[in-house]
Write a protein that binds this ligand. Sequence first.
Ligand SMILES: Cc1ncc(COP(=O)(O)O)c(C=O)c1O
Length: 414
Amino acid sequence: MAQTASRPSDFCPDTERAWQLDTRLVRGGTRRTEHGETSEALFLNSGFRYADAETAEARFAGTAPGFVYSRYNNPTLAMFERRMALVEGAEACRGTGSGMAAVFAALMCQLKAGDRVVAARAMFGSCHYILAELLPRFGIETVLVDGPDLDQWADALAHPTQCVFFETPANPTLELVDIEAVSALAHAAGATVIVDNVFSTPLLQKPMPLGADIVVYSGTKHIDGQGRCLGGAVLGSETFCTEILQPFLRHTGPALSPFNAWVLLKGLETLELRVERQCRTAATLADVLATHPVVQRVLFPGRPDHPQAALVGRQMSGPGTVVSFEVDGGKAAAFRLLNALQLVDISNNLGDAKSLITHPASSTHRNMSDADRARIGVTDGLVRLSVGLEHPDDLTADLATGLEAALGHRVGVE
Ligand SMILES: Cc1ncc(COP(=O)(O)O)c(C=O)c1O
């Protein structure tokens, strides 16, 4: 158990890499103590003692194995990182305190003043803040393009670029980016490709074989999937994680707490069961929504009317657990819908066992200007539904109540 695992083989022996996905999700990365515990041990300590000063010196120098400090590494955190790397098929992983810490660290650990980033315009409000507001403050140019438009990517990447960043599917419009095509353009421009894979989960889309260099997750979403804790992960090559990311994390401190790493390990055990069921229910609800007169448009990667259905088929193995839809009547109708629901909770989180509904324009994307929101299709009538594990019939009935309430404007309720 006592190693910092600085070599790939320390993280994921070949025997574990050979396991089927289900087995990796449940057992990958587990390292038992001498007590032989069945569930992974939870090491809540912040520090580690050294047998002598020479050992301390060697551990700091990286010449002796062993843990140093839980801001750098911890046995429970190491198990989470190993399991994530095994599930993703990445060489290495580093845990972070939240998904936003993962996004920020993945970018900031490799950028400097004068660099250039190209990103897809449609993204979570906090990602937009980092790309459009924060990075330019430090002299990093950010160019935003319409994610589905390969010509725009090609134009933007005709100039030397250090990083490319995109969510696919994007929050909340479920717009896709062609990972393979954009990665090829990015690499020709000298850029590292970072994919925020939150909406696909580690199960429904594998960005790395398609060309992505780095994959980031909010563990808060499906990986925990039960509303218990925050967490994040950055996955990439061993060289990137050890030489570029690790010093940034070590010295700036967005560490994942061992307790949260333990919760996320437990979440991974049931991830496949939950995501599979949630995808199925999401598909049912998307079809129900599409038939209601107050719904103007449904955005769901599992429907043939998704604007990029062919790309969905090429790069995703499942539709995801989120359905977005636009109601006639704008914000007032959307609010009536949300407020009428009895079962689905109004909440900005997603990927949870409980179904959650969000009005992005007034919450998760409110920090964007009206023009920026309009440009990515986050209209006042857009609603994002994260589908949970409740019975589909109960969710259908609850949504029917909400949709009837949304219709209110047609009979003069405002
Ligand atoms: C696509 C995407 N990336 C990153 C995050 C940030 O995750 P966290 O809330 O764990 O910081 C979110 C949160 O909603 C998200 O939707």
